[in-house]
Write a protein that binds this ligand. Structure first.
Ligand SMILES: Cc1cc2nc3c(=O)[nH]c(=O)nc-3n(C[C@H](O)[C@H](O)[C@H](O)COP(=O)(O)OP(=O)(O)OC[C@H]3O[C@@H](n4cnc5c(N)ncnc54)[C@H](O)[C@@H]3O)c2cc1C
Length: 427
């Protein structure tokens, strides 16, 4: 590869805060709200044009692992507020689904009410560190050019671990043997369908494999086979459905060429699937594509190493800790790493009824003032395939934001904050 060298630029300082959160997905929004509500001046930087990450830019309106204790309070509050706006729908199996536009507005309101300074359209691109290996500022690129954001505590909620990687924290990626990651999927929103007429094909209305098999048979037509055979159509309420029906294999979520080719191929496949659906009987003939996700869904990228790494052994044996941040109840859900597995989900070991993620898994191993939350926390390939869903991204976000605010207020590093103080604040 060829390189060019830029002269070192003078970068204006856009703002300073006690806590800076990079990435405004489910984890980042909850981290920022929790930090601000716990008294910290907080900035939230997000590269896209809305908050919510995979929930909104990714068109993914279905919350998994939302219930039970050990999840903090914020997700419950978000769901209650969506319900009050007639924007929460409970599917046949009890999973909460939501209206994506309502979620965008609510998250902005909650952040603003808490006093979080939001900056959209702003992508983290570099970090500045001091002599003690702490991050002192992060550098972003946007329409305003390069800007610096100075802070005391930083939380990586980019999903892909961009901040940790730029700061030099070690990370892992993909399967332990060959570093392959789970496939990406571009999600889409559909309308023009009546729930009653297509119920047997809907996710959450029968066992997952039964409705997936029916829907997959319907789409397998005229020599075409969907790239994902465990595919699903989710009812989000008010006549809107989420289509999860493609797999983009062996592409990296941290490679812009891969993201581009995966998105284009997936969008073409979705258009073809809609054409097929319209021919599959009167209950399908009026189906309309509302939109495809503004961002392709990346299931996994970097897992930043922390002061603890959640492992398969923890998940299978239901390990609990003296410093819990989140209690996980979801299965190990590994989508096939290559198309030769009949495009289905890989066979996974069985998770215990629940296990815990300790606060130490949210503390970066090498960077003293960096926390992480959401899918880039410290865990192995198998554990990540369980805790990555949004019921846990929100909980780890809330925990990291709360801890960061206490650390800032007491002028300590996160690892020096007594667990009791954290637990008290989470009550
Ligand atoms: C196809 C698919 C289907 C899924 N289905 C479900 C499901 O049904 N239910 C469920 O609960 N979970 C599901 N998940 C998992 C879940 O959506 C994610 O694991 C979860 O959203 C992780 O939350 P996060 O906040 O860590 O990351 P993300 O949701 O990825 O959010 C990261 C945010 O950071 C921003 N960002 C990234 N890099 C930068 C940067 N350098 N600078 C600034 N901003 C940046 C992004 O724009 C984004 O807003 C699914 C995931 C995929 C991909």
């Amino acid at each position: 590869m060829e390189y060019i060298t830029l002269p070192s630029p003078r970068i204006p300082v856009a703002a300073a805060a006690q806590v800076i959160v990079a990435g405004g997905g489910p984890a980042g929004v909850c981290a920022a709200i929790a930090a601000a509500r716990n008294g910290a001046k907080t900035i939230l930087l997000e590269k896209s044009g809305c908050l919510g990450g995979t929930w909104t830019s990714g068109s993914m309106g279905w919350i998994i692992d939302a219930d039970g204790d050990g999840k903090g309070k914020l997700l419950k509050e978000i769901m209650q507020k969506l319900k009050a706006r007639n924007a929460l729908h409970i599917a046949g199996d009890g999973a909460p689904a939501f209206n994506i536009e309502a979620m965008k507005t609510l998250l902005e309101e909650l952040c603003q009410e808490a006093g979080v300074q939001i900056r959209l359209y702003t992508q983290l691109s570099d970090v500045v560190k001091d002599d003690s290996n702490r991050i002192s500022a992060i550098i972003t690129d946007s329409k305003s050019g390069k800007e610096a954001w100075q802070g005391e505590l930083f939380i990586d909620c980019t999903g892909d671990g961009d901040l940790g990687a730029l700061a030099g924290n070690p990370f892992e990626i993909g399967h332990p043997e060959d570093q392959r990651t789970q496939p990406m999927t571009l999600l889409a929103l559909l309308t023009g369908l009546e729930t009653e007429k297509i119920r047997p094909c809907l996710a959450g209305e029968d066992t997952w494999s039964a409705s997936a098999d029916r829907f997959s048979t319907l789409l397998t037509h005229d020599g075409y086979r969907p790239s994902y055979r465990g595919l699903a159509l989710f009812p989000l309420g008010n006549g809107i459905f989420m289509l999860m029906a493609n797999h983009q294999y062996e592409r990296s979520g941290i490679n812009a060429d891969d993201l581009t080719s995966a998105t284009i191929a997936a969008r073409q496949e979705i258009a073809h699937q809609i054409e097929i659906l319209r021919t599959r009987g009167p209950e399908w003939e009026n189906v309309q594509l509302i939109s495809t996700g503004a961002q392709i869904g990346v299931r996994e990228a970097r897992r930043l190493l922390g002061r603890y790494k959640v492992t398969l052994d923890d998940v299978v044996n239901g390990r609990c800790h003296p410093d819990p941040a989140c209690r996980v109840r979801f299965i190990i859900d590994i989508h096939a790493l290559s198309p030769d597995k009949d495009n289905k989900v890989e066979k996974s070991p069985e998770a215990a009824e629940f296990y815990e993620i300790p606060l130490r898994a949210l503390m970066a191993q090498a960077i003293p003032n960096l926390l992480m939350a959401g899918r880039c926390i410290s865990g192995d390939f198998y554990a990540h395939a369980s805790y990555r869903v949004t019921g846990n991204a929100t909980a780890t976000g809330e925990a990291a934001g709360t801890l960061a605010a206490i650390a800032a207020r007491t002028e300590k590093l996160p690892q020096q904050v007594p667990y009791k103080a954290f637990a008290e604040a989470m009550k």
